[in-house]
Structures are given as C-alpha cells and as structure tokens.
Design a protein. Structure first.
Length: 277
C-alpha cells in the first residue's frame, strides 16, 4: 500500500469502552535493604462522541470501574479499593465510588492530541466531598493529592498516553513520526508504522522518558525508556489493543531522611484493550 492517512474518524453517538490494566513495581535500596512496592490498577473507561467539529471531536469520558491495590514488601497491603464496592464506613471506598459515571469533557484532535479537558476539577471536588472529612487542612491536602491524578491537567496527560498516536501527514509502512507527552511523566516518542491493512494498522513506539514526582515529603527524579505496541482500528482510529512497557531509574530524596538520595527503579506494564464499540 502507498500513503495512508492515520487519524480518528468518529461519529456523534459512537461509544468506545476501554479496559486498562497496569502493573508497576517500585524498587528502592535503603541502607542496604531492598524495599519493593507493587501497584496494580484495573480500570474501565467509556468514551462517548458528543460532537464533531472541523478538526476536532468533543468527547465525554467516564470511569465505569476503577480498582487499586498497593502492596509493600515490608508493610504488607497499603491500599485495596474497588470503586464499585461502596462501604459507608470506608473513606477510600466512598471517595473512589464518587468518581464513577461522572463525565469529563475532552477535546480530541484527529491525531489523538488532547487539546482540552474540562470537568476534572469538579470531579476532584466531588471526590473530596464524598470523603465526609470536615477538617479544612485535611480537605486541602486531600484535594491537592487527588488533583495530581484526577484534575483536568492530570487526566489530559493520562488519556493522551492512550490516544495520541498519529502523525499530522500521511505515511507509508516504515515511516516514523514524533510527538511528546507532558505531565509528571514526560515522554519524547518516536512512532513507526509497521503494517497496515484495510482493517487495522500496527504501530510501534519508542520513547525517552523523564519522570518527576514532587510530594510534600519526597521528590522522585527518574529517567529511562518506554516501548509501545499498538494495533488500531483503521475505520475509527481507536486502538484495539495497546501494550506499553517502561523502565525508569534514578533517585528519591526524602525530607525526613535529610534529603538523602535513595536509588529508585520503576518497572511498568500497561495494557489498554477495546472491549466494546
């Protein structure tokens, strides 16, 4: 095949349901001892096409389910929450249950670049209110923490890792193009069209990654690489399946340890799968 235009081709009323499974292993060397934290995330997101414009689409994106688990090699289970399992006496359960089925408005370019997100900040407010916490200091701390994951800017950066795949111009098999993701994980991506047929395209990505996570008590600075393998639906542009593997290394400095630099490594795998459209 010759030149092909890879892009999103959506229609008002289209609905796409994406399943996301992520595993992250954080390894830290502290005073000769290896400490591991295993994070597991399972989520289901629904993308609804609300409007089609000349160069963009307006979408509603909703969380249909979200499950989080965090296990420490030294402290055992630190977190285990399922958004669908609402428990009146469990603050974490109430917080995460409140984010289900709340639409966030997204403006998507035909390349998959996310130009604007609205509604993330009100989603955070809804989560904070659901906690039932009354103390103003605790509420502010909770809001700042949740904004890093569910605020509009954070959601934009998160969605873009799945959607922003396509070049601005037509390409043929073997061609490559570049784009970048921003946020707490910044990635300089090179994408290559490996195969194309009438129904699907196979795209591979390689990225240089810089991760900087600044918390009140710690700062994590890491860099490394990320590899992506994508099978997309030619007719709509949505990925049928996308696997992303990454390895970043660097240091974590903790204020309570006098800003001592702790060697830190994060190995991650994320799988996105289209389960319904």
């Amino acid at each position: 095949m010759g030149q092909s235009t890879l892009q999103y081709n959506l229609s008002v009323g289209d609905v796409f349901i994406i399943k996301q499974d992520a595993n992250q292993l954080i390894t830290q060397e502290i005073e000769g001892t290896t400490h591991e934290i295993t994070n597991t995330l399972g989520g289901v997101m629904e993308f609804r096409v609300r409007a089609e414009n000349e160069d963009t689409y307006d979408l509603d994106v909703l969380f249909k389910d979200l499950n989080l688990k965090m296990i420490s090699s030294s402290q055992g289970e630190l977190l285990n929450v399922s958004a669908k399992d609402y428990e009146e006496n469990d603050i974490q359960s109430k917080i995460f249950n409140s984010l289900l089925n709340v639409p966030v408005q997204v403006t998507l370019a035909r390349t998959g670049d996310i130009l604007e997100v609205n509604g993330g900040d009100s989603l955070v407010s809804k989560m904070v209110n659901a906690s039932g916490v009354k103390d103003e200091y605790s509420l502010n701390m909770m809001k700042k923490s949740l904004e890093k994951e569910f605020g509009s800017e954070a959601l934009s950066n998160s969605y873009e890792q799945f959607t922003f795949l396509y070049p601005n111009s037509s390409v043929k098999v073997g061609d490559s193009w570049n784009n970048e993701y921003k946020g707490k994980m910044q990635a300089q991506n090179t994408w290559t069209l490996k195969e194309i047929s009438e129904v699907s395209a196979a795209i591979e990505g390689n990225a240089l990654v810089v991760m900087e996570v600044v918390e009140p008590a710690s700062t994590m600075k890491l860099n490394g690489t990320q590899d992506s393998s994508v099978a997309t639906d030619i007719s709509t542009g949505f990925a049928r399946k996308m696997t992303v593997t990454g390895l970043v290394e660097g240091f974590t400095s903790m204020s309570q340890m006098g800003d001592q630099e702790i060697p830190t490594k994060i190995k991650s795998t994320i799988i996105y799968e289209l389960i319904e459209n």
